[in-house]
Design a protein around this ligand. Structure first.
Ligand code: ZN
Ligand code: ZN
Length: 104
């Protein structure tokens, strides 16, 4: 979780050309993630979820499952059509596996 230094919006994670960035959906501020620990964690996750190839990035976040009230879920971003279009954020409950999406 990271907030935009310009407008304080919650930034989202996107992967482009093997690099991982924080992108602010409100003002478009972009910051490359250079923390090797975060990068390693994401790469490991991607290897686990080979079936879901359209995932931009997958990470575990604190979010409440609407089904079982579990408070952690996997998250990933799916780009719709061109890269300029708004992408859809998916969540999948780590406990019951319920999947839902959020339109930014
Ligand atoms: Zn911003
Ligand atoms: Zn659940």
């Amino acid at each position: 979780m990271k907030f935009c230094p310009r407008c304080k919006s919650l930034m989202r994670i996107e992967k482009k050309e093997e690099k991982i960035f924080y992108i602010c959906p409100s003002c478009g501020y972009v910051e490359e993630i250079t923390n090797p620990r975060i990068t390693m964690k994401i790469q490991k996750k991607e290897r686990v979820t080979v079936i879901e190839k359209d995932h931009t990035v997958e990470a575990i976040v604190k979010v409440k499952c609407p089904k079982c009230n579990n408070d952690t879920a996997y998250t990933w971003i799916v780009q719709t059509r061109s890269g300029d279009e708004a992408s859809t954020v998916f969540y999948k409950c780590t406990k019951c596996g319920y999947t839902w999406r959020v339109y930014p």
